[in-house]
Design a protein around this ligand. Structure first.
Ligand SMILES: [Fe+2]
Length: 187
């Protein structure tokens, strides 16, 4: 596989991640989970920055565009939900939706880690060490994010998706990620 093909797949995966986090943020916001929504919004901003950075790097170092035409929309929000309002959400729907949203997040980060590792290896095999090192930084990032997402999923399983417990932690989570978003904006 050529450098262009590997980088095309990587940036498409990154853009897919940005879209996923935007949708998960809207999804959790709709469910009244402002802490989870802010966490996803933080990841949206952070990963948008990484996506822009890799595109800039490619243009400046390889003097051409990189295509992101392999991006796939994850369609997190079920189509029929567009007919609902937040008042239609009951406890059963909320519980199942939280499970689905967090599982999707974990699954996506696992897939992303595998894609980045595969194309990191390809770039190394092609002797493209400098760009491979940039991808290596992205792998570290996604590896940490995957650990955090799995921790959230394990905690939810441990409390059997108890809505009262989940609602109780939303305010603290919101404040935590609101602060982290402001720190990104200061960079
Ligand atoms: Fe992510």
């Amino acid at each position: 596989m050529t450098i262009d093909e590997s980088v095309n797949i990587i940036v498409s995966q990154m853009l897919g991640g940005v879209m996923l986090h935007a949708q998960l943020s809207h999804f959790f916001n709709f469910l009244g989970l402002k802490g989870y929504a802010e966490c996803q919004k933080y990841r949206y901003y952070e990963e948008s920055s990484s996506y822009m950075d890799l595109n800039d790097y490619y243009i400046c170092h390889y003097n051409k565009f990189v295509s992101d035409d392999r991006v796939e929309n994850q369609n997190i929000i079920p189509a029929d939900w567009y007919n609902f309002t937040r008042f239609d959400v009951n406890e059963g729907i909320r519980k199942n939706a939280i499970k689905m949203g967090v599982e999707k997040w974990v699954q996506w980060e696992k897939e992303t880690k595998a894609v980045l590792e595969q194309h990191y290896q390809n770039l190394i095999a092609l002797g493209e060490i400098a760009i491979a090192r940039k991808i290596s930084d992205c792998i570290k990032h996604v590896d940490n994010e995957l650990a955090k997402a799995q921790k959230v999923l394990l905690k939810l399983k441990a409390i059997d998706y108890n809505i009262s417990d989940i609602m109780m932690e939303q305010e603290d989570l919101y404040k935590k990620y609101e602060k982290k978003i402001k720190e990104i904006e200061l960079l």
